[in-house]
Design a protein around this ligand. Structure first.
Ligand code: FMN
Length: 311
């Protein structure tokens, strides 16, 4: 079995985290990842509500026992009610990403949860360590959703060299090969996001799964257009990786103003609405249940890593 710091610390069978994904990862997805042996996280985006967190946490707990919640530090600074709701639901793990986690780590620990933070640079690593997180997640630029600008492999290596806390990896990990690679490098586990997004347990618009299944690894774009169109005031250092569509093409070619963008955005239309997804989209070919995706990634990683046993 694939035993690491993560599996021992949380008492789980597999070093796999169902990544927090705002708008796509609710209680059913998170619960199914946990039921399959990993730990699944709710994506508590800034635009969601404490009531949603409370309701989806209960669903995740009923399905899988353990669950986590992913929050965004820059958004908590203006309103921490999502953190309050998350901690009241007694999660096993809380992810405090995108900004300084220092104001929140003590509250997560006081609630008995493990605090982790996705980091995109060595400076983020130092900030997260100073804040007292239990582990960091090196999140590479190939990840779906909001992320930094350094690729997973170079970032993971430099974070592993420098970190004093356990390190997980995120970004572009969607098969047993990817999981085996980051575990072999020294990571304690992986955040898996995009590879779960074709599963029927996701939430979000109907067209999102079809667009993901059609996308190749070359079809994503790193952009702030959807933040501008949806009035989400993300700090400028984090853009989001999404599947390119008419909206991203028009924006990047025509240089529209934020007001024009907001007026033209329509999430009901597949060629305008956002589908955040990473470069591993090119390997997501089927709409398989979450448990099947998680189990096959773990099984294939174990088989690949066993090649080196006894060397
Ligand atoms: C649709 C989508 C939404 C996301 N929303 C969040 C979020 O709300 N909070 C967060 O910390 N990370 C978010 N992420 C990033 C993931 O937690 C994770 O880093 C990423 O999915 C890993 O890369 P992968 O997509 O290549 O597996 C999101 C990713 C996706 C694909």
């Amino acid at each position: 079995m694939l035993q690491t710091w993560l599996t021992r610390e949380l008492g789980i069978a597999l070093p796999i985290v169902g990544a927090p994904m705002g708008g796509r990862a609710g209680g059913v997805l998170a619960g199914e990842v946990s039921r399959a042996g990993g730990i699944g996280m709710l994506g508590a985006a800034r635009y969601t509500t404490p009531e949603w967190v409370e309701r989806e946490s209960a669903i995740a707990r009923d399905l899988g026992g353990r669950f986590g919640v992913g929050l965004m530090n820059w958004a908590l600074a203006e309103d921490d009610s999502l953190l309050e709701a998350a901690l009241a639901a007694q999660p096993t793990m809380v992810s405090l990403s995108f900004g300084d986690p220092a104001p929140y780590v003590g509250r997560v620990h006081a609630a008995g949860a493990c605090a982790v933070s996705q980091v995109n640079t060595l400076e983020d690593l130092r900030q997260a360590e100073a804040a007292g997180v239990d582990a960091v997640v090196a999140q590479g630029s190939e990840a779906g959703g909001h992320t930094g600008r350094i690729g997973t492999l170079p970032l993971l290596q430099e974070v592993l060299e420098a970190a004093t806390v356990p390190v997980l990896a995120a970004g572009g990990i969607g098969t047993g090969r990817g999981l085996a690679a980051v575990l072999a490098a020294g990571a304690e586990g992986a955040f898996i996001g995009t590879a779960l997004l074709a599963s029927p347990e996701t939430i979000g618009p109907d067209y999102a799964v079809a667009r993901l299944l059609k996308a190749e690894s070359t079809d994503t774009v790193y952009t702030d257009v959807f933040d501008k169109a949806r009035n989400q005031p993300w700090p400028s250092r984090w853009l989001g990786r999404a599947i390119a569509n008419d909206f991203t093409e028009e924006y990047h070619e025509a240089g529209r103003t934020e007001e024009e963008l907001a007026a033209q955005y329509d999430p009901a239309l597949p060629e305008r609405g956002v589908v955040y997804a990473g470069q591993i989209a090119g390997l997501v070919h089927d709409a398989r249940p979450v448990a099947e995706v998680v189990s096959s990634i773990a099984r294939d990683a174990e088989r690949l890593l066993s090649r080196f046993c006894g060397m």
